[in-house]
Design a protein around this ligand. Structure first.
Ligand SMILES: [Zn+2]
Length: 360
């Protein structure tokens, strides 16, 4: 063996012979997920967490991916909803294995084109003063618009954390939708971080009786509440959303505050090292599904892995093409429109974590 520090090693070459076929089986383990769900009859709960960098090579606590939230067959999810990683818009996946084609994005695009076509026809009918044709075109245009929206991807943020009281579980992942109105955990955490930083600067200006930040002592460092050593825990408050008649819904709202004194994520430095350098990454727990699998979901059916032919197939229920198309168009569209209308600081229950019919 040579003495060079950098070298082509036998280990690295051996590694080149390892079969890198997609591994679909990832063991489901409840410990990997921060459980923000409320049980039946439970209306509120509080969790205490400490954020970690989102993976061992990151300095940020946030990872942004893209997902499609779809209405699925009941046997795939108790809530009826499931989210799937977008193969087209998510950067941080193995595109050599999964490609860049995403059936939901394709449906989103095709439906958008159809919507534009019907809008053109609508305009023509308007010019011709043909009321009957106009209303027919409007219905089609709106239907395709709804289908396009139902298949649009959603920006999703993932964080990695330690749950207080369950330190023995090690790092857990939590994913949530990013909202354009900023009322999501990522925005709340950022806001909290900025407020605590600003407060510490204002306090220092008062203490040193100076007007500007650059007049503060050189060793002054504003507070970083997410620092692993000098930061703070966060309290995540999950509450059930009630409807206008004060009946409990399946939706929950989330709010976040900082909690307790500044302290290290753990007093045991080895434990901190182990947590931060844990090999598990987001895609180990929110498993990416291949194009064939997602196409079956898009058809409103249940996939299973055909070991003999090494491919994903639908679990029978041989519907004709027309019915399948109707299901994927309308079921998703209707539900998406409904949930879009009900938007507040709310999240549909979304079961990512269920065991499926996976290949060995
Ligand atoms: Zn997509």
């Amino acid at each position: 063996m040579s003495e060079y520090r950098k070298n082509i090693t036998a280990e690295a070459m051996e590694d080149e012979f390892v079969d890198r076929k997609p591994q679909y089986r990832k063991a489901f383990d409840a410990k990997n997920y921060l459980n923000v769900k409320l049980a039946d009859g439970e209306n509120k709960k509080e969790l205490r967490i400490r954020l970690l960098p989102v993976d061992k090579d990151a300095n940020s606590p946030f990872k942004t991916i893209h997902m499609h939230q779809m209405k699925v067959a009941p046997e795939l999810s108790a809530s009826g909803w499931k989210s799937y990683v977008c193969l087209n818009k998510t950067d941080d996946i193995d595109h050599d294995t999964y490609g860049t084609k995403c059936p939901f994005c394709e449906m989103n695009h095709d439906a958008y084109e159809k919507m534009k076509e019907w809008d053109e026809k609508y305009k023509e009918a308007k010019k011709a003063d043909d009321d009957e044709e106009m209303s027919k075109c409007a219905v089609e245009r709106d239907r395709w618009k709804a289908i396009s929206l139902a298949n649009k991807e959603q920006e999703v943020c993932i964080v990695r954390c330690i749950e207080r009281g369950h330190e023995e579980d090690g790092p857990k992942f939590w994913k949530f939708n990013v909202r354009s109105d900023g009322k999501d955990p990522k925005s709340m955490i950022k806001e909290l971080w900025r407020n605590r930083k600003q407060e510490s600067i204002e306090e220092a200006l008062e203490e040193y009786e100076v007007d500007k930040v650059d007049e503060l002592p050189d060793d002054f460092e504003p507070v970083n509440i997410l620092d692993l050593e000098t930061g703070r825990d966060l309290k995540v408050i999950i509450e059930r959303v009630f409807d206008k008649e004060n009946k409990p819904t399946k939706k929950t709202s989330v709010s976040i505050v900082d909690y307790g004194k500044n302290r290290p994520v753990s007093r045991d430095e080895d434990e901190v090292e182990a947590w931060v350098n844990d090999e598990k990454v987001w895609s180990d727990v929110f498993v990416v599904k291949p194009y064939e699998y997602l196409s079956i979901i898009l058809d409103g059916e249940v996939p299973f892995y055909d070991k003999e032919n090494k491919t994903w197939r639908s679990k029978g229920r041989a519907r004709d093409e027309e019915t399948k198309k109707q299901i994927r168009d309308e079921k998703n569209a209707e539900d998406k429109i409904r949930s879009a209308k009900e938007k507040a600081l709310e999240y549909e229950d979304d079961d990512d974590n269920e065991v499926e019919d996976l290949p060995d």
